[in-house]
Design a protein around this ligand. Structure first.
Ligand code: URA
Length: 235
């Protein structure tokens, strides 16, 4: 599909519409190795070579980010009252980004954001059973009988019991819990059913994606090609 050169440059976040027009007028844009000074030149991003300020631009329309969600943000694209995860992603390239799935306001950790609706839909499909692992700090130690109930598939009062979860004890009050569904407040409700309480919850993996330890709370980074490929395979 052909688009105008100025629109292409705006989509690539090279600058605002007026900055882009100015750059084109000043001869900073090469189209197929020739200076192009006409804003409205129609180009095909899949075929034409565009250089801006000496650098080749690679057209991208799908974007994937990993956010280390801090507590205090709601997982939504907009909210009338509360700050949302989108507030952590200011000035990002990629229009129509949205979170994939949901973390509670007080939950921290790995949140995937993308404008690849098809991938998001596939990753969230219940029958895909995409595993999510949470670090959970509990009020009390889990007993063996509790672990057995969680691992067999605990009934939390929904139409069906939960699918079997995996519990890995990592301390007296700490576990890593892997679940393959995404029910509302699922981890908290599972813990309540074994007469316990979640004091702190952090998602550490989502399918093949693992929270990057170098990402500070509240910061984000684009996924690597390898991570995108692994997600595509999982979806
Ligand atoms: N389970 C919960 O209870 N809360 C979350 O944020 C995620 C999973």
């Amino acid at each position: 599909m052909k688009i105008r050169l100025d629109k292409y440059l705006c989509d690539m976040q090279v600058g605002s519409r007026s900055q882009v027009k100015d750059a084109i007028k000043k001869g900073k844009v090469l189209l197929n190795q020739n200076v192009c000074k006409a804003n409205d030149t129609k180009i095909d991003p899949a075929i034409d070579l565009v250089f801006y300020d000496g650098k080749e631009l690679v057209y991208q329309t799908l974007y994937y980010y990993m956010l280390h969600k801090p507590a205090g943000l709601v997982t939504a694209t907009t909210d009338k009252k509360e700050p949302t995860v989108m507030d952590a992603l200011r000035d990002l390239p990629g229009k129509n980004l949205a979170p994939v799935g949901r973390l509670d306001k007080d939950t921290e950790g790995l949140l995937l954001l993308t404008n690849d609706g098809e991938m998001a839909h596939a990753l969230l499909a219940p029958k895909k059973h995409v595993p999510k692992t949470y670090y959970v700090l509990l009020e009390k130690s889990l007993q063996d009988v509790d672990i057995r109930r969680l691992e067999e598939g605990i009934d939390i009062g929904d139409a069906k019991p939960c699918l079997p979860a995996k519990v890995k004890a990592i301390g007296a009050l700490e576990i890593e819990l892997t679940i393959c569904e995404g029910r509302f407040h699922q981890v908290k409700r599972m813990m309540e059913k074994v007469d316990n309480k979640v004091c702190y919850l952090k998602r550490i993996s989502f399918g093949p994606l693992v929270l990057d330890e170098k990402l500070e709370k509240g910061s984000y980074r684009p996924l690597t090609e390898k991570e995108i490929e692994a997600l595509k395979n999982r979806a």
